[in-house]
Design a protein around this ligand. Sequence first.
Ligand code: NIG
Ligand code: FE
Length: 403
Amino acid sequence: MTTAPFDHLILGASLATLDGADYGAIRDGAIAWRDGLIAYVGPRAELPGEPSSIARVVERVEGWITPGLVDCHTHAVFAGDRAVEFEMRLQGATYEQVARAGGGILSTVRAVREASEEVLYAQSKPRIDALRADGVTTLEIKSGYGLDFENERKMLRVARRFGDESLTVRTTYLAAHALPPEYAGRADDYIDAAIDWLPKLHAEGLVDAVDAFCEGIGFSPAQTRRLFERARALGLPVKLHADQLSDLEGGAIVAEFGGLSADHVEHTNDAAVRAMAQAGTVAVLLPGAFHVLRETKLPPIDAFRAHGVPMAIATDCNPGTSPLLSLRQAMQLACTHFRLTPEDALRGATVHAARALGLADRGVLRVGLRADLALWRVNHPAELCYWLGGDMLDTRWVAGRPH
Ligand code: NIG
Ligand code: FE
């Protein structure tokens, strides 16, 4: 008996492979996979073998298939909401003023500390479901609203629970997000504590990467470096909330550690952009936060392009600065606010986002990579960045299985 070369084949759809220029587009294409990995991608006319030897054939004539979307920066696990703070900011208060008055991140910390693991899971689930429903197949989730050992652990455990055969979840340890009230005036002591918790949580298999909020209202470059040194000693990759509200050389600090990504990066300077290029660090653009905070300082898009720094796009889904539940919407905002092309935005939410998570096995439709796909009801891939809202996803496949 001969073995079928594929266990699943889709015929006739258009493919935005992102492998090559112009979306790597293939019209009237065929894509097939076996054991969860892509085994053929190309024109239907060049498909080898007889479709009859294939276990499952799906004929499609409409729609576009892209790599499954990768949301590489979220704070999607949290309790409560901050709608009141949104109203305060609309009346003129700044994000920093709200934070310094004990609101902001610390108000979500109070809600997370009060919530049981079950409540935290239940409150977070609709957000994860919304991101999935708009095409996300790989999702990063940060801690950072616990700010003590047990509550950071609770957040990471909940985040891990969202990962299954229908969604890859990568967790990031962000204890250095804000100074909890019990450490007021003792930021260095708090960083010592956060450094101390890290190996314990890592030993429980709860940490894939380490992040910090390096900012006037967050932690200093020196404190960030101390935490990163511990991460490096444990073999954990780093990423950073860098240069969001001011230039603290965040991009350069990540580059110094050979880190995966510098995120936000509105205020990143030219020398830091060059350092990021050298280190292979991805710039993660978060247009949702830019939009909600009504920021005006644009990230240095031209410099990233000129120096060949890959730009990823993420939702930054969080209760304060980016209550954004659609990565496609983040792509739309990246085009309107940052003037990315729709093609760049799609690369930003797939291949570059995968790289920002250190994942080389996805983000492009190519033989040998994971069959993580999204089929969209659109006539052209630019439509993914064009509509505001709407329901465009037909099917998502994760490692070759429809979900
Ligand atoms: O990425 N800048 C810090 N962290 C988040 C906001 C978190 C919050 O306000 O709850 C961000 O924008
Ligand atoms: Fe963030």
